[in-house]
Design a protein around this ligand. Structure first.
Ligand SMILES: Nc1nc2c(ncn2[C@@H]2O[C@H](COP(=O)(O)OP(=O)(O)OP(=O)(O)O)[C@@H](O)[C@H]2O)c(=O)[nH]1
Ligand SMILES: [Mg+2]
Length: 622
């Protein structure tokens, strides 16, 4: 085994992970590379190639996670990406991942693949699920039939991943003559076996290797589907889930926030004394009472709700609930002449609007894809979520219980969803006219979520990333605000001058110049809106005791905030320009400045208009 790999000591192997959507390719990719690709129980999460490094023995290999594809005839963009990679890059090994529960269907892709290359390892994943359903597959019988290595695994088991690693290692040794000499034929639809032939061969193989199949679509699954996708129960369940998640988040976050706050703020004097040792007094003040204080606030206020919300949300995703939401919302999107799959991209936008925009590739019709891209930022992402949470908590926590707060938060999210429908409808009636196309939405089987991996994924991938972005973006913004507050033109500081300049327009929207400035400076990352606002206010006011949410409340009241300001702030939080990363992604996806500009203007104009109307209403009725 070592012989050949030794010869290729200096060369790097390329291994591609291919397969139908939702079979566990990214889960295997993450396990082999230690990376954190998005995984979840619905089809079409991976839409781009992802590359990582994996060590097999003393050999370093490049592992490529391909988007899921049903065939190699390249009907969709993802299938094209997967096919082009296999065709042009000539990977040293293609690990074809199949779902053991529906192996017969997935073997059709294998038949196509084998007509192109023999460097294939068949990885029958989800063996645990198959076992639960009474399906018993003999991998050794498959191996004998196919003359390629076959491994049955459950990607969540460490021992199985180890087995897969050594399987890949020996397959590389056996298979590869030399990657330079490889001449894979060009793939064309006619060079691939006919789909009927594929189906027949897959069926023959499946029945030759099946030991037992006692599958009955379990009553439990059918009952759950009746409940989650029923005409009335579907929407009711969706609202209950949303409410429950927010309630658990708010209740849990309260306690953790307090503990974190006490710990972090007890270090503030220590940090100040430490800085005093070698820095001028003014700089010590800026770093300790400006940067450290705000960072500590960001961590104690943002971290706990995110660390609870995202794992709960990911658990639902892993369970297989999200496509059911898309199913329930399909009729609403159809009424707006948009695609039901937009619901999935909207849900992805909850995590990150840029990811949501890239995810729009799962929508085949270009018109509907554009609608989904342009409206993705109408749902609040990771970065905006903590600001909404903070404003709600600060302004309504006095009298409201957690359950009431959870209801308010649910209403804010529903408002974002409602505005998505409104803007989709507007677009489909004006610049993007057309009729909705038909599509197939795959409802995945319910799977037991892997609590440990969900925790790791959502804490590392979502919570820490958002927090880090907030801190990284808050630092330069904090320094900028400090300079603006301390450098004067004439008798007034730059900060006051800019705030005063923005004030007249901001007042029309029920806000003030500093809030608008915070939103403008928040363009690189939405996470920093509240920290920047605090810095702007504390630079202007004499507040020194800024330690908790209630002191933030005092700070905001001192700046003339009313319930009307809080409502306008919430509206603007949901409806304003997408962050810089999202705008760049929109430009990349649409290849058009025109559509990028529209993506900027659409939520902004709607947000400004609504803020203005709400402020007028408050003024009339108060
Ligand atoms: N029970 C069980 N679940 C698994 C196993 N492998 C993966 N999963 C789950 O299956 C779901 C899909 O996994 P992914 O890795 O996202 O699948 P994928 O093939 O990359 O999907 P796409 O990128 O959408 O094509 C996730 O919820 C995983 O946690 C397994 O062996 N057993
Ligand atoms: Mg994937």
């Amino acid at each position: 085994m070592i012989s050949f790999l030794k010869k290729r000591k200096n060369a790097s192997f390329t291994i591609a992970l291919a397969g139908n959507p939702n079979v566990g390719k990214s889960t295997i990719f993450n396990a082999l590379t230690g990376m954190h690709q998005h995984t979840g129980n619905w089809a079409g999460k991976t839409v781009e190639l992802a590359k990582g490094v994996c060590t097999l023995g003393n050999q370093t290999c490049t592992l490529v996670d391909l988007p899921g594809c049903y065939s190699l005839t390249a009907c969709s963009k993802e299938e094209e990406i997967a096919r082009d990679f296999i065709e042009n890059t000539h990977p040293d090994l293609v690990v074809l991942v199949c779902d053991a529960v529906c192996l017969e269907r997935h073997l059709q892709l294998l038949i196509q693949l084998l007509s192109i290359t023999q460097k294939v390892l068949l990885c029958v994943n989800l063996m645990d699920q198959a076992k639960k359903k009474g399906i018993d597959i003999s991998c050794s019988a498959l191996e004998t039939e196919l003359h390629i290595p076959v491994l049955g695994i459950s990607a969540h088991r460490h021992s199985d991943i180890k087995r897969l690693k050594s399987g890949i290692f020996s397959a590389l040794d056996k298979n590869i003559p030399s990657s330079e000499n490889t001449n894979s034929p060009k793939i064309s639809a006619c060079s691939l076996p006919d789909s009927r032939v594929c189906a027949q061969e897959a069926s023959r193989l499946y029945h030759a290797t099946l030991q037992s199949d006692r599958t009955s679509h379990t009553n439990k699954d059918l009952l759950l589907d009746k409940l989650f996708t029923g005409k009335f129960t579907g929407i009711a369940c969706m609202l209950c889930f949303l409410l429950l998640i927010f309630w658990i988040t708010l209740t849990g976050a309260n306690y953790v926030s307090q503990v974190l706050h006490d710990i972090l703020f007890s270090f503030e004097p220590v940090f100040y004394r430490f800085l005093q040792g070698f820095l001028p007094l003014k700089l010590c003040h800026m770093l300790a009472f400006g940067f450290y204080r705000v960072t500590a606030w960001v961590i104690s206020v943002m971290l706990p709700p995110m660390a609870i919300f995202f794992p709960l949300f990911t658990l639902l995703e892993d369970f297989g609930y999200l496509p059911r939401v898309a199913f329930n919302l399909d009729c609403c999107f159809a009424k707006c002449k948009a695609c039901g799959k937009q619901a999935l991209t909207m849900i992805m936008g909850f995590g990150c609007n840029a990811a949501g925009v890239t995810g729009c590739r799962i929508i085949d019709s270009p018109r509907e894809r554009l609608i989904a891209i342009l409206t993705n930022s109408f749902v609040p992402c990771n970065g905006r979520f903590p600001t909404i949470l903070a404003i709600l908590t600060i302004f309504f926590a006095g009298s409201a219980k957690n359950l009431e707060l959870a209801v308010l938060l649910t209403l804010v999210i529903l408002f974002g969803m409602f505005m998505t429908f409104v803007s989709s409808w507007l677009l489909s009636k004006t610049v993007l006219k057309g009729v909705p196309s038909s599509f197939t939405l795959e409802l995945p089987p319910y799977r037991k979520p892997q609590i440990a991996s969900v925790l790791v994924h959502s804490v590392i991938n979502r919570t820490c990333r958002v927090l880090l972005r907030a801190i990284i973006a808050a630092a330069p913004a904090g320094i900028l605000i400090w300079i603006m507050a301390n450098v004067s033109i004439g008798t007034d500081s730059i900060l006051n001058l800019v705030s005063d300049f923005l004030n007249p327009f901001a007042r029309l929207l029920g806000l003030d110049g500093s809030i608008l400035l915070a939103f403008l400076l928040g363009l690189p990352a939405n996470e920093i809106v509240i920290p920047v606002l605090i810095m702007a206010y504390t630079a202007q006011s004499s507040i020194t005791d800024f330690k908790s949410l209630s002191s933030l409340h005092t700070l905001l009241l001192g700046q003339g905030w009313t319930v009307s300001t809080a409502v306008s702030m919430l509206i603007l939080c949901v409806l304003h320009w997408p962050c810089a990363t999202t705008l760049l992604t929109i430009k990349k996806e649409t290849h058009s400045l025109k559509w990028t500009a529209l993506a900027f203007l659409l939520p902004t104009c709607m947000g400004f208009l609504l803020c203005f109307l709400v402020t007028c209403a408050f003024r009339i009725f108060s």
